[in-house]
Design a binder for this molecule. Sequence first.
Ligand code: RIB
Length: 339
Amino acid sequence: MKEVARLAGVSVGTVSNVLNRPEMVAPDTRRRVQEAIERLGYVRNGSARQLRAGRSRIIGVVALDLANPFFIDVLRGVETAAQQADVTVMVFNSNKDAGREAGLLETFEEQRPLGVLITPVNDRGEEERLSRLVSRGIPVVRFDSSAGHSGGCAVAVDDVLGGVLAGQHLRERGHRRIAFAGGPFTVRQVRERRDGLARVLGPDDTLTVIPLPDLTVATGRTVGKEIADLPPGERPTAVFCANDLVAIGVLQEMTLRGLRVPADLAILGYDDIDFAAAAAVPLSSIRQPREQLGQTAATLLLEEANQAGDHEHRQVIFQPDLMARTSTTAHVRVNDAPA
Ligand code: RIB
């Protein structure tokens, strides 16, 4: 800034005004300063500015799995709220790795962002580290997660209801042998979706749980293989997948094996990412209001950061919706003889 001031023939304070309150500077002076900035290629030092201001203008986000479009859609909502508040978003991916998550939280303790949004790798994990951030005046809002014992702000969807909607839909379509494909069950969302499904099945229904190490297209392929390899009379007639990536994998495997969806196997996913409706056989899915989740979480975080002592923590739970498409609704009699 000193070099810019010297080149423009003004004080450092005038340069600061051109950068922060340009309306206070005479047009001719403002033009000279801007020409000097361009000629010197000057860029403001954000960290130094934050240090002087004593407050960061950055919120840190730790997403669980950036390979999953669900989190990209949530981040779109975070960005909407951040832009409205003139705050910058820095996104990190824990990639479902507790060690990486711990390293990121340590970095936040040093960098002291305005606040942190996180989907914890383990629902009860990292409480101590997250509490330390809060004790240092860095608010934490959990998204796609419960507040746990922290009592802090959290935003999620009612995943038990999501499982109930899935079970009701499949039973209404005549399915009595239903599989649930998901895991690991340390992930609260997965547990609750399975529990919601189990809640609506009757004594004459058969629930087959296919545990997965991860929720990806690849693990979905293994689910499709396991189901297709069963004798037709023992096969579930429908599978409820813990998310759409798994459902897409099951659809891919069934297609490669020449089995019909939904005639041989109805497939229902969760999240309603854009790829669900765009799939070769449009996938039914339990919709999460993804951008709304992100925008609400970021708004709660900014409120807490700006209100400090006056802030009242809130746990916001959104309702899921059933998006019924071809993969469960194409008209077939469930007892059609499988291929
Ligand atoms: O991260 C796994 C799943 O949990 C996502 O697909 C989304 O459903 C989240 O709630």
